[in-house]
Design a protein around this ligand. Structure first.
Ligand code: NDP
Length: 299
C-alpha cells in the first residue's frame, strides 16, 4: 500500500466507502470491469461477497482511501459522509486525492462539502445516482456529476466502469444535487399519488392489479406533458387554452370528496388543490397548470 499522500499514478483503482445496497452495487461494477477496488464500511461484514469477487477489504477508512487516487463515497447522506471523511486520519490521507461523493443530500450540503474539501487540499466531485441498484454496471444507470470538469474528465475512465450515462452538469458542486432533488420531487410526489390512487381504487372495489394497466397509461402521457410544460415555464406563457386550471380544480375536488367519503386521508390532494385554488383566486383561472410554477417560484 502506498504511504499517505504519496503521488498517485494508478488510474485504474478505486476505493468505495459505504457498502449499503448502492455502495455494494458500485463496488461490484468496478470489480466486474477489472478496476482494482478497495472497500470499507462502518459496520464490518458487509464486504464478504465483494471480497470473493476480488475486492480488497480495508480495516479502516484511512487505509481504504490511501489505496486509490479516487474514493467514491456512497452512504445514506452527508451527515454520514462527514462522519467518515472529517475524521483527522481520513482527511489527512485524502490530501491530493479525489473524492466523488455519490451520496444523496441537498445542494447546500454538496457545496459546503466542496468547500471543506478545498480547504483540506482534497480534489472533489459531487454526484448523484438517478437509477436503482439493478441498473449499476448496465447501460441503464444514470449518473450526474458537478464540480471541476477537468477532474471529472480525469476520472471518467474509472467512473464509466459503472456503466450507463455520465453527465457533467457544471462547475457548481451543488448542481448535481439540484437535479437530484428536483427529480426525486417528481418521483416521490408521483409515487405518493399512485399509492393514494391504489387505496382509493381499493375502496371502490378495484384491485391494484386491475388499475395498474390504466395507471401505466397515465404514466405514458406524462413525457409529452413534461416537455410542453417545460417550454411554457421557461417562456412564461402558462397557456390554458386546452386545459384551464379551473378544470383541474374541479377534478381535484372530486378526488378529495371521494377519498374522504371513504375515510381516506386526502391531505396530499388537498395540498395540490390548495395551490390550484390560489391561482384561480388570483384571477389566473384561464391559465394552464404551469401557472403553479410561477406561484411557487415567487420570493
Ligand atoms: P442507505 O441510504 O441506507 O445507506 C447505507 C449506507 O450508509 C451504509 O453503508 C451505512 O453504513 C452508511 N451509513 C449510514 N450512516 C452512517 C454513518 N453515520 N457513518 C458511516 N456510514 C454510515 O443505502 P444505499 O446504499 O441504498 O444508498 C446509499 C446512497 O445512494 C443514498 O444516498 C441513496 O439515496 C443513494 N441512492 C440509492 C439508490 C438505491 O436504489 N438504493 C438509488 C439512487 C441513489 P452501515 O452499514 O454501517 O449502517
Amino acid at each position: 500500500m502506498p504511504p499517505h499522500n504519496a503521488p498517485h499514478t494508478d488510474q485504474s483503482s478505486v476505493t468505495v466507502l459505504g457498502l449499503g445496497p448502492m455502495g455494494r452495487a458500485l463496488a461490484a461494477a468496478f470489480l466486474a470491469a477489472g478496476v482494482r477496488t478497495t472497500v470499507w464500511n462502518r459496520t464490518p461484514g458487509r464486504d464478504g461477497e465483494l471480497v470473493r469477487q476480488g475486492a480488497i477489504s480495508a480495516a479502516t477508512p484511512e487505509e481504504a482511501v490511501s489505496a486509490s487516487p479516487l474514493t467514491v463515497v456512497c452512504v445514506v447522506d452527508y451527515d454520514a459522509s462527514d462522519a467518515v471523511l472529517h475524521r483527522a486520519p481520513v482527511t489527512a490521507a485524502l490530501k491530493g486525492r479525489t473524492v466523488a461523493n455519490l451520496s444523496a443530500d441537498t445542494p447546500d450540503r454538496a457545496r459546503s462539502t466542496a468547500r471543506w474539501a478545498a480547504e483540506h487540499g482534497i480534489r472533489y466531485l459531487d454526484g448523484a445516482i438517478m437509477t436503482p441498484t439493478t441498473t449499476i454496471g448496465t447501460p441503464h444507470g444514470v449518473f450526474l456529476f458537478s464540480g471541476d470538469a477537468a477532474l471529472h474528465e480525469e476520472h471518467r475512465p474509472v467512473l464509466e466502469a459503472l456503466g450507463g450515462t455520465h453527465t457533467h452538469l457544471g462547475e457548481d458542486a451543488g448542481r448535481a444535487a439540484g437535479y437530484d432533488i428536483a427529480l426525486l420531487d417528481i418521483f416521490w410526489t408521483a409515487m405518493t399519488g399512485y399509492l393514494h390512487a391504489l387505496a382509493l381504487a381499493g375502496a371502490e372495489g378495484i384491485t391494484a392489479r386491475e388499475l395498474a394497466p390504466f395507471a401505466q397509461g397515465i404514466g405514458a402521457i406524462l413525457p409529452a406533458i413534461f416537455e410542453s410544460s417545460a417550454a411554457e415555464t421557461d417562456d412564461g406563457t402558462y397557456s390554458g387554452a386546452d386545459n384551464p386550471i379551473t378544470s383541474a380544480a374541479s377534478t381535484m375536488a372530486h378526488i378529495v370528496h371521494a377519498s374522504e367519503a371513504h375515510g381516506i386521508d386526502a391531505s396530499v390532494m388537498r395540498a395540490a388543490e390548495g395551490l390550484v385554488r390560489r391561482v384561480v383566486e388570483e384571477g389566473h383561472g384561464a391559465d394552464g397548470p404551469t401557472r403553479i410554477v410561477e406561484l411557487l417560484g415567487r420570493r
